[in-house]
Design a protein around this ligand. Sequence first.
Ligand code: SAM
Ligand code: SF4
Length: 333
Amino acid sequence: MEDSFGHHISYLRISVTDRCNERCAYCMPNEFQEWLPREGVMSYEEILRVVRIAVSLGVSKIRVTGGEPLTRRDVIPFIKRLRKINGIKELGITTNGTLLSQSVGKFKTAAAALAGAGVSTVNVSLDTLDERKYVAITGRPYLERVIEGLDDLIDAGFDKVKINTVLMRGRNDDELLDLVDFTHQRNLLLRFIEMMPVSTNDVLKESNFLPCGEVMKFLSDTFGGLEPSANYRTNGPATYYKISGRDQLIGFIGAMTNLHFCESCNKLRLTCDGKLRPCLGSHLEFDLLSEIRSGASDERIADFIREVVARKPKAHDFLSNYQPGRKMIAIGG
Ligand code: SAM
Ligand code: SF4
């Protein structure tokens, strides 16, 4: 599928839940949040149907996210069923890592169960290596669990697990080198993400916002250079640089400052309540679940998906006084 700006759409990110066991300030609002009622959340059958149709239209990469995807019951058997859909070349999950060490069925850890279900890539969010800061950022004392979970992923055979670190001035800017070393030692792929005004604008105050460019300069000064890595393809929004003198790549996801950020966008998002979104940074969303529940045929659903692709904007709206609408946790990161 191609939109009117030449974006080739091959990637669907699916949020399976709006619930989470953490409370990251940049993702969840401070005020009390009501979870969606269960009947408003897409069933696994409904999601699988949409995926089968999307794959027939050219989608070949799927990422399962949330909320925290591992909090949804039976998510691993669901992932196993996703894997069986012919035409999916890459199946990933994004998780906060807190539940990777718990046992699941016959598997000693969820990490091993994910490997057994055929997941190809796991992205784990980790903004700090300091327990006190971890609690301040996520609202939960789970740092140790996350680190254990990372070791379980490695034991389960995942290579190049990605670490997503949201950059926050005054909160984790003093830990950049620790994070670089931590990921180097464990052979993890670190990616720094600029904060986006998805859930709240507060996080974007100049006192909080840390642009990728500043981090690149700092790393370059520290290590004596960063070399752009032209041929490192992950099919995603990150640009990768190699640290001079080290066998380590660092990814930068600069949605706010990289003016070319949207040019290679290949993504659609399906929220857990069945809205199809052509862009994270746009308020456009289309109610696919109502369509499905009112008896739409596969052809109608295929047309619906094509229509949403046709509405995909050229670029996100974050820089044009974007006012957060739906919270990140409800859209699916
Ligand atoms: N719970 C899982 C996790 O934390 O990885 C999956 C969902 S989370 C919404 C997906 C990703 O979005 C995480 O890496 C998180 O750090 C990122 N994220 C959430 N809110 C963000 C924001 N306002 N700006 C930038 N990234 C954000
Ligand atoms: Fe939960 Fe992930 Fe959002 Fe943090 S970023 S509140 S872990 S969904």
